[in-house]
Design a protein around this ligand. Structure first.
Ligand code: AMP
Length: 625
């Protein structure tokens, strides 16, 4: 089930974006828990994460706080407010990017702030004080902080960036990330998959002769991803991804918290009534966990509760969570059709891979020492900086390219999926096809855009829908509507529709409505394989029905228009055969439908030809030669 991102060396394809030449382009890891910005130092050519003004922190917590006075805090200052004012302090906004309320409803309790459901179909909003914010606006605030930080540190304007996203992010989520960049005043030159960036940070794939299979194990604060990549001929291919969008260091913290509550004879319900104690314990649990990556024992206070923990206790508490990540790794290998022995390199990403037990579990599973030389918090941003440098034209050997992970198409008659850009097509890409109307005088055409591999759109995922309005009245079949799909280098889709005879056009931004989890993406691909035969039969039947409906309508129109030139028997018999044909449309028997089409066709052909001859003769008489 390849979810694919490929990186191709220059020379085989177009040159890097010209506008990027000589510019400094930063690489940004817009994370769920923390974000950071990196660049390639011109003198040393080293990828470097940028520190804050005090020269201490590189990580910017992905937290935004709204003060009662209307001020906005981002990063560490905002994180401090999580305890006191959880309802005005937004974290984990990445989880909401490109998602509708329906998508996140079941997790709504996870967020300490208010997620709004005004229309379950539309994208979520967050209510803070009396204002509504979109996840895009909130992410833009984090990106603005990173941009400001880079500008201050580098003493120059920073207006271009490469931003990373998880490999399983769909169009909606990539688009949302891109829009957030735009809102922050950044020209987002490329959206790059996080595992690809992590591999690039380790220099993997930079040599065109590299041939390696890499597992990227990414355990952050709230999410876990495992990606299996293959580098061959300078191409990065994502062979499989797996993971859990609600599994990470936060689970470790929760396990520690529950352990302490138990020790003090308290229950998790206690925290419902005392949110502040809950947040204090949460932060303290995290502190303990982090300290125990380096030491064997730890102790501290939450209010008047004395809390302590040893590394051995921690390992017992987190063992089930660590085991869940290994189960995902097993599944990812299986999906890629590989064994652990076939993995050449393992790369660790995410702050939680600092936990010694996690490292050990990964090493044991892959039977290989994972790469942890680079800071696991920084590795994705550093790789994004490497990518940015390539785009800036400083590394002429490389050009990164992607392909579409799922097919893109539109709905045609009978709910069939008509693929316009097939899965695994290299992007940027443009493709188009012509369609027509089914009803006389039809002035509107609804265009529904879908993503997926199944033959019926109902089994695929709807990305959006729009109407081409104002088509001049014409008989059915006459208008020529050209539908063009354009995907840019980030995999973001734009759909254009134009009626060629009249020139009526509509250039529409498809606003994808739903997010898609990696599990759903995997399921979609798997379903398409498992249902291939059944789908083919359904499609063949639906195509027969479509043909029958068109044929029946044409025959009816024909007899109505040409009543004088037909005998009453011809009219009656035609209408009877139309009725016969319509009566089997529901039968589910494609052969029977074809048979009746044939019968109707055979019966009408002689007089249709006769009438055609008369029409031609008339036209010839009237024609001036
Ligand atoms: P990320 O989402 O990649 O920024 O990772 C953040 C997660 O890493 C949080 O759950 C942190 O508590 C965790 N983390 C950071 N440093 C350490 C450490 N030294 N030991 C254990 N966990 C850590």
């Amino acid at each position: 089930m390849p979810l694919i991102s490929i990186d191709i060396k220059a020379g085989t394809l177009a040159q890097p974006e010209k506008s990027a030449e000589k510019d400094l382009i930063v690489g940004i890891d817009l994370g769920t828990t923390n974000s950071l910005v990196a660049y390639i130092q011109p003198e040393t050519r080293e990828a470097t994460a940028i520190k804050d003004a005090q020269g201490s922190n590189k990580l910017v917590p992905s937290v935004v706080h709204f003060t009662p006075g209307g001020g906005i805090l981002v990063g560490n200052e905002a994180k401090k407010m999580l305890v006191e004012q959880p309802q005005n302090t937004i974290y984990s906004v990445k989880r909401l990017m490109g998602k509708s309320y329906t998508d996140v409803k079941q997790y709504a309790g996870f967020f300490g702030y208010k997620i709004i459901d005004d229309d379950t179909e539309s994208l979520v909003k967050i209510k803070v004080n009396d204002r509504f914010y979109t996840p895009i606006e909130l992410s833009a605030l984090i990106l603005t902080e990173l941009k400001n930080r880079a500008e201050q540190a580098l003493q120059q304007t920073v207006s271009k960036a490469v931003i990373t996203v998880p490999a399983y992010f769909n169009d909606a989520q990539r688009q949302a990330t891109r829009d957030a960049g735009k809102l922050a005043g950044l020209d987002v030159l490329r959206i790059v998959n996080e595992p690809t960036a992590a591999s690039l940070a380790y220099g993997m794939g930079l040599n065109p002769n590299d041939e390696r299979t890499i597992a990227v194990y990414d355990l952050g604060g709230g999410t876990f991803d495992i990606s299996v990549l293959r580098i061959e001929n300078g191409i990065f291919e994502v062979l499989s991804t797996n993971g859990d969008t609600f599994l990470g260091g936060d689970d470790f913290d929760r396990a520690i918290m529950n352990h302490w509550l138990q020790e003090h004879g308290l229950t998790p319900e206690t925290l419902h009534h005392n949110k502040s104690l809950g947040q204090q314990l949460r932060l303290l649990a995290e502190e303990a966990k982090m300290a125990l990556s380096a030491t064997q024992t730890w102790q501290g206070m939450a209010g008047n509760l004395h809390c302590s923990l040893s590394r051995i206790q921690l390992e017992t508490l987190i063992a089930p969570t660590v085991e869940r990540t290994i189960t995902c790794c097993r599944q990812a290998l299986q999906d890629a059709g590989l064994t652990a022995e076939q993995i050449d390199e393992v790369v660790l990403v995410g702050g939680s891979t600092r936990v010694p037990m996690v490292k050990k579990a990964v090493e044991t599973f892959f039977n290989r020492r994972p790469h942890d030389e680079l800071n696991p918090d920084e590795v994705v941003a550093l790789g994004a900086a490497v990518q940015a440098d390539i785009l800036a034209g400083n590394n002429k050997d490389m050009l990164l390219l992607d392909v579409t992970p799922l097919s893109l198409g539109i709905e045609t008659m009978g709910g069939l999926m008509d693929v316009i850009i097939a899965r695994n097509t290299k992007i940027p890409a443009k493709a188009g096809r012509q369609y027509t109307t089914h009803v006389d005088g039809q002035s509107d055409m609804r265009i529904s855009v879908y993503q997926g591999e199944r033959d019926l759109v109902k089994d695929n995922r709807k990305l959006g829908e729009f109407s081409l309005k104002g088509i001049p009245a014409m008989p059915a079949g006459l208008p020529k509507v050209e539908i063009a799909f354009i995907i840019d280098a980030d995999g973001i889709l734009q759909v254009k529709a134009k009626e060629l005879r009249s020139g009526v056009a509509q250039s529409i931004e498809v606003t994808p409505q739903y997010g898609l989890t990696e599990e759903q993406m995997a399921t979609m691909l798997l379903d398409s394989i498992q249902n291939a035969q059944a789908d083919r039969q359904v499609r063949a039947l639906q195509e027969a029905i479509n043909e029958a409906e068109t044929m029946a309508a044409t025959a009816e129109r024909f007899v109505t228009k040409n009543t004088e030139m037909l005998t009453p028997e011809e009219i009656d018999q035609t209408l009877l055969l139309v009725q016969d044909l319509r009566s089997v449309l529901e039968s589910g028997n494609k052969d029977l439908i074809h048979q009746r089409i044939e019968t109707l066709n055979n019966f009408t052909r002689p007089f249709a030809e006769r009438i055609m001859d008369i029409a031609v003769a008339k036209a010839m008489k009237g024609a001036k030669i």
